[in-house]
Ligand binder design. Structure first.
Ligand SMILES: [Mg+2]
Length: 395
């Protein structure tokens, strides 16, 4: 596309999505994450998914005989809903409350596709005698913790709950550590939340700057001793997420990129390292029209379709890419017929409005209001700052 056409397309997206952190962007992020999870479930674990099959699946959602939430959400959405409700109820991050919600949600609805590892953690989190809610995750895998994408798949709400970038990073990391204590797990969540945060601000209008900003941020994050030690132990690059983001940048510079190249360069698996940079790439790659998609498709539809065609962990990759793309394009970009088919999409729309209100309240309040006690890092209203009340509320 010519530079002027790219600028015109970017201006059209801005007009539709609204100003930075607009309600439309919030709704787009949360609803598209649910849609990605629900429509992606069809191809989870598939090795090869021809684009024609993906497009047939998506076209089928337009069929009037579907609708009424026929596509069920999986653990991605189930846990993200817990994050949202915890942030809204507590007015910020409360690890006890969030852990309790994860455990309760799992016991109420265990058939959502949780991995065997996280099930062990969720069962321990259900114990009323547990004092340190991070302990069960730390005990996993002989004390090395999980590096799966389970923290990243539910990270988007942190970007919607906190206006300050430093808080998005801090709480996305802590929220992930409730189940994923390996740095390659929680740093994936931090990266995902950061990508949604930047997208919400309109940063995807300048794709090169967007990826450069992510690299700069992750350079600092991965300086950490734990990150270096985990990377060495797992025989990964010195700064594994940075290394993958450089690959994303390299792929962005190529005129054509095949599905096979994306899988071999970035991965499509259940490790955060093999899925979060992939989701980010899918969004970037689909900013412009591509030959493989119907002309009628907008950027959000292209992004979801591309994620599904990768096979592998399609529901989680589409969920994460959906959140980033939804924050860029806004709610109007998601086809109504898709929303109608997906369980939980309308609830997500309501929650997005509530998170938008919380975000605006926090934007207006002084950041010094943030209380950072030994165990809690929430943003508290007067009547919720009492430790005893908080404890009683989460038992
Ligand atoms: Mg899932």
């Amino acid at each position: 596309m010519a530079a002027t056409a790219v600028r015109a397309a970017a201006a059209a997206v801005t007009a539709a999505a609204g100003s930075p952190a607009s309600l439309s962007r919030f709704r787009g992020a949360l609803v598209a994450a649910v849609v990605g999870d629900c429509v992606g479930g069809e191809f989870e674990g598939a090795e090869e998914v021809p684009m024609e099959t993906v497009l047939r699946h998506l076209n089928g959602l337009e069929n009037d005989t579907k609708g009424d939430a026929t596509l069920e959400y999986s653990d991605d959405t189930a846990m993200a809903r817990c994050v949202v409700q915890s942030l809204l109820t507590r007015g910020g991050f409360d690890e006890q409350d969030m852990a309790h919600r994860f455990a309760k949600e799992y016991s109420a609805s265990p058939g959502r596709g949780y991995g065997a590892g996280v099930i062990q953690v969720l069962k321990k989190l259900a114990s009323p005698h547990l004092s340190d809610v991070y302990q069960p995750a730390r005990e996993q895998y002989n004390g090395r913790g999980s590096f799966g994408n389970g923290g990243a798949m539910r990270a988007a709400p942190f970007a919607l709950g906190f206006p300050e970038q430093a808080n998005v990073k801090k709480f996305a990391r802590l929220g992930a550590m409730l189940t994923h204590s390996c740095s390659l797990g929680y740093n994936g969540a931090l990266l995902q939340a950061l990508a949604v945060h930047l997208s919400l601000q309109g940063a995807l209008e300048l794709p090169q700057q967007f990826i450069s900003k992510l690299i700069t941020e992750m350079e600092n994050v991965e300086e950490d001793d734990a990150a270096r030690s985990d990377a060495r132990f797992l025989k990964e690059a010195d700064k594994p997420f940075c290394e993958r983001l450089y690959r994303v940048k390299d792929l962005m510079g190529r005129s054509t990129v095949s599905i096979e190249e994306v899988i071999s360069e970035l991965g499509n698996g259940i490790a955060a390292l093999h899925s979060v940079p992939t989701a980010i790439f899918c969004v970037l790659h689909c900013l412009e029209p591509r030959e493989c998609f119907p002309e009628s498709y907008g950027g959000l539809e292209r992004t979801i379709a591309f994620c599904l065609a990768l096979g592998g962990d399609t529901d989680t990759i589409a969920c994460m890419a959906g959140a980033i793309a939804g924050a860029h394009y806004g709610i109007q970009a998601i086809p109504q017929s898709w929303i109608k088919c997906c369980e939980g999409a309308e609830d997500a729309d309501v929650s997005a409005g509530q998170l938008h209100m919380l975000y605006q309240q926090l934007s207006q309040s002084d950041s010094s209001d943030i209380r950072t006690g030994e165990k809690s890092y929430g943003l508290w209203t007067e009547n919720k700052s009492n430790g005893a009340e908080k404890k009683n509320g989460t038992q």
